[in-house]
Ligand binder design. Sequence first.
Ligand SMILES: O=P(O)(O)OC[C@H]1O[C@H](O)[C@H](O)[C@@H](O)[C@@H]1O
Length: 267
Amino acid sequence: MSNMEQAGQLSAVRIKAQDGSQALIALYGGHLLSWKNGAGKERLFLSERSALDGSAAIRGGVPVIFPQFGQRGNGQRHGFARTATWRLASHADGQPGIPAHAEFHLNQDDLAPAVKADWPYAFELRLRFTLRADALSMAFNVRNTGQDDFSFAAALHTYYALADFASTTLDGLAAPIDFSEFLDEIHPATPTLSLRQPAGQESLQLQQQGFNEWVVWNPGAANAAALLDMADEEWRRFVCIEPARVDKQILRAGAEWSGLHTVSSIP
Ligand SMILES: O=P(O)(O)OC[C@H]1O[C@H](O)[C@H](O)[C@@H](O)[C@@H]1O
């Protein structure tokens, strides 16, 4: 397929909007690795030490968290979706008046036997990236295709590239964020946030629907030093702001849930 390329050892699809902005998504994890504006400026952080060979979750971009958030459950930390290989269902570059898109699917038959045995439910995940001039949206849909109810948590664990952590502000949460050190905070899902960087750097508007919280995370210096897949100084160059459904909630047999995350450039 013409839009396919390698990212490290991973297969990935690149989609381009009419204005020249681009997104690169790996099949491993259905993982958005890069989102550049029309001038080629990268919006997402990806650690220089990240595995890109399918051996471990990718450190950066947008890990898809499902069906468990962090260690809030007995399953794999942050779930199995970020380390499963998704199927590319459709993709197209943008045309005049039509955005670019790529859609990925994952169901129980795509999982390794041990993972499937650990979470024995029938499901269908759909993840659709829609790329417009200066805006990217991620639509995440979970369907319970089996006979049994199941509970799940979910998040789009977005790593935003920052010029300088300490000079960043985030507006729109119920309480202000202190960009000086370690952050691991869970806030109610106010619909719109503004991630502002110093003059000369791009600021972004973050919107979500369908999720319950915003999680804000940065390891800070000490924790970053202990992370094997992050260089010591890299923590200053990103913040994770994640639309999330942190606690597991039930999804009845036959039911579906949708969450939407839209990020756009603001002056
Ligand atoms: O290292 P990871 O498994 O990717 O998790 C990275 C981070 O994810 C979330 O933001 C959690 O709130 C943090 O507690 C966690 O440390």
